[in-house]
Write a protein that binds this ligand. Structure first.
Ligand SMILES: [Zn+2]
Length: 189
């Protein structure tokens, strides 16, 4: 049951190009524990060995096997009511995160994901870094972007966090297309 949720979201993220072959990570809360994808796992083809269970606050023998983003996932579960987290690398959202400090989705998506803050501008971005900043922002948002890196979305289920990720990317794709049209029209005009 849990594995199939991870597999379906992982496969969809991969097939939509929202993660590259070995990037992105997923997790759910299980009481005091977290089940998170394994370090270096491929979200497009997850199997049972790719799900690592460790503490939200405590380490165990499995901790070193967990995704490099474990510190961010832990901070989010410690500081928010999230039950599930999706971290992805949606390309159009990443492009906008390099130029914007906040992504404002178009009308269709605004009620779904709200205004999306871009975190970590002018800061060194490392895997697992910015954990507290990301968690703080997710107290008030369903999804946030880390500057030039990727998205963190929360939900009651992986499926819900996944849907916020696809909504953000769909909105950013339209914004990028619009920007390119504006550039072209100014060239032609
Ligand atoms: Zn990442």
């Amino acid at each position: 049951m849990i594995l199939s949720q991870f597999q379906s979201v992982g496969r969809d993220l991969s097939s939509r190009g929202l993660v590259s072959s070995h990037s992105g990570n997923l997790s759910i809360r299980l009481g005091e524990n977290i089940i998170i994808t394994r370090r270096g796992s491929q979200l497009g083809c997850l199997n049972e060995n790719d799900l690592i269970e460790t503490g939200i606050s405590k380490n165990n023998r499995a901790t070193p096997l967990a995704s490099v983003e474990l510190p961010a996932h832990r901070a989010i579960f410690q500081q928010t009511v999230a039950q599930a987290i999706v971290h992805a690398h949606p390309p159009h959202a990443i492009a906008l995160s390099l130029t914007e400090t906040e992504i404002v989705p178009a009308d269709e998506w605004l009620p779904v994901i709200g205004r999306v803050p871009v975190l970590g501008l002018n800061m060194e971005i490392t895997p697992g870094g910015l954990a507290d900043i990301i968690a703080q922002a997710l107290k008030e948002h369903r999804i946030v972007m880390v500057h030039g890196h990727g998205s963190f979305a929360i939900g009651q289920l992986l499926e819900e966090a996944y849907s916020f990720t696809t909504a953000l990317e769909a909105s950013c794709q339209v914004s990028c297309l619009l920007k390119s049209l504006q550039v072209d029209s100014s060239r032609n005009g």
